[in-house]
Design a protein around this ligand. Structure first.
Ligand SMILES: *Cc1c(COP(=O)(O)O)cnc(C)c1O
Length: 369
C-alpha cells in the first residue's frame, strides 16, 4: 500500500536529532518565547531572505494577525476588501473575515490553478486594500504580475505561503515577495513541526514589531498592553523541532521535485491531465495534483492498486456552509476544479518501488471498463 502521507516515516529520518533537541528544551526549563524560538526565527528569516520572522501558533493565525496588525497600524480599516483566490484552502479566507475585512473571490489560472492576475485587476475597486495570493500546492503564484498590480493600485500583498516553503522565482523565495507572508508548520506541510506552528516573514520593521506584541496579548513589556492582542506563540519545543527540520528542507524539496519529475515523465494516460510547471524552481510540490473528469472511477482504481489519494479541496470556500453569504457566487472554473482534482502520494521518502506502483496504477486506469 502506498499511503498518502506517513508522518512517522517522514520524521523517522531525523529521529535522533529531534529527540536530542526535545531533551535540550525539557532540560532548559524554558518553554515559551526563549532562545529556541529566537534561533529558529533568525534561521527561517535567513532561509527566506527577509529581515524578520515572527513565530506564531499556526498558519491561520499568521495570516489573521498580519491583517490585524495592518489594521492597528491604520493601513487598512474594517470592511476593506481583500482579494483572495476562490480556489484555496478555507484558512486563507477565514483570516480575512476574522479581521473584519471582506473577501473578494477571484478565479484561478487554468494551467497553474493559482490566482489569475488578469482576474485580480478586474475586481479592484476603491475599497480594495490587500491582495492575498496563495501559492497553492507549493507553486508560487504569478508574483511579478501581482506585485506590479499592487504597485499600480497601491495595495498591500499578503502571501499565503502555507504550502510553499522554499519555492523560488528569480532568486526570490516564497515569503520574500509580498509586504508580508504567512507560513504554516502543520505536521504535513513541507516544513512541518510535531504539532501546530506558524510564522510571518516580512522586511517591514514596524509590522514585525506590532506582530511581536499582537501574538503576545498585545504586549512588548509584561503587563503593559498596547493592543487587544491574542495568545498565539510558537513554543520552544516546536521551534527546536523546526530548527532540526529546516536543515533538511533543501534536500527534502529536491526529493519532492525529483518525484514530481518522475511522475510527469512516466505517467501517461489520456484520461488524466498532469500538472504543468512553467518555472521549475517555483514549485516545491507540497501536493501533486492531477485532473480528471472521471475522478470517482480513478480513486476506485487507484485504491484497488494500493494507492491512497486525497482531494484538495472538495468544496470551495464560497460554497461552504460557513460562508452562506457567498454561496450564491458563481466561480465556474474554481467549481470545476473542485470536482476534478486529485492528489497523488507526494512524500520525499517514497522509494523506487512505491513510485513505480503509483505510475503503473495511473497508466493502467481505463475509462468505462
Ligand atoms: C495549511 C494551510 C493554512 C493554515 O495553516 P494552519 O497551520 O493549519 O493553521 C492556510 N492556508 C493554506 C493554503 C494552507 O494549506
Amino acid at each position: 500500500m502506498v499511503n498518502f502521507l506517513e508522518l512517522k516515516r517522514l520524521n523517522a529520518q531525523y529521529e535522533n536529532e529531534l529527540k536530542q533537541a526535545c531533551a535540550r528544551v525539557i532540560e532548559s526549563g524554558w518553554y515559551i518565547l526563549g532562545n529556541e524560538t529566537e534561533k529558529f526565527e533568525q534561521e527561517f528569516a535567513d532561509y527566506c531572505g527577509v529581515k524578520h520572522c515572527i513565530g506564531v501558533a499556526n498558519g491561520l493565525d499568521a495570516l489573521t494577525l498580519t491583517l490585524k496588525a495592518w489594521r492597528e497600524l491604520g493601513k487598512i480599516n474594517q470592511g476593506d476588501e481583500v482579494i483572495v483566490p476562490g480556489n484555496t484552502y478555507i484558512a486563507s479566507v477565514l483570516a480575512v473575515t476574522e479581521a473584519d475585512l471582506v473577501p473578494v473571490f477571484v478565479e484561478p489560472d487554468e494551467m497553474t490553478h493559482n490566482i489569475c492576475p488578469k482576474a485580480i485587476e478586474a475586481v479592484i475597486t476603491e475599497k480594495t486594500k490587500v491582495i492575498l495570493p496563495v501559492h497553492l500546492y507549493g507553486q508560487l503564484a504569478d508574483m511579478p504580475a501581482i506585485m506590479a498590480l499592487a504597485s499600480k493600485y497601491n495595495l498591500l500583498v499578503l502571501e499565503d505561503s502555507a504550502q510553499s516553503h522554499g519555492a523560488e522565482l528569480h532568486d526570490k523565495k516564497s515569503g520574500a515577495w509580498g509586504d508580508a507572508s504567512g507560513f504554516s508548520f502543520y505536521p504535513g506541510k513541507n516544513l512541518g513541526a510535531l504539532g501546530d506552528g506558524g510564522a510571518i516573514t516580512t522586511n517591514d520593521d514596524e509590522l514585525a514589531e506590532t506582530l511581536r506584541a499582537l501574538r503576545n496579548y498585545g504586549s512588548h513589556i509584561k503587563y503593559q498592553n498596547l493592543y487587544q492582542g491574542l495568545n498565539s506563540r510558537l513554543d520552544e519545543i516546536q521551534s527546536a523541532m523546526l530548527s532540526v527540520k529546516l536543515k533538511y528542507l533543501p534536500s527534502q524539496t529536491q526529493a519532492r521535485q525529483e518525484l514530481a519529475d518522475y511522475y510527469i515523465k512516466n505517467i501517461s494516460n489520456p484520461a488524466i491531465v498532469l500538472p504543468e510547471v512553467p518555472e521549475k524552481e517555483a514549485h516545491v510540490w507540497h501536493l501533486f495534483v492531477v485532473r480528471t473528469t472521471h475522478r470517482d472511477a480513478l480513486i476506485e482504481h487507484l485504491t484497488k492498486c494500493g494507492v491512497q489519494t486525497q482531494v484538495h479541496y472538495p468544496i470551495a470556500p464560497h460554497k461552504q456552509q460557513a460562508y452562506q453569504e457567498f454561496n450564491h457566487l458563481s466561480l465556474p472554473l474554481t467549481e470545476q476544479l473542485q470536482n476534478e482534482v486529485l492528489s497523488l502520494p507526494m512524500s520525499p521518502y517514497l522509494d523506487e518501488q512505491e513510485r513505480r506502483v503509483v505510475v503503473d496504477a495511473m497508466n493502467s486506469f481505463k475509462v468505462n471498463v
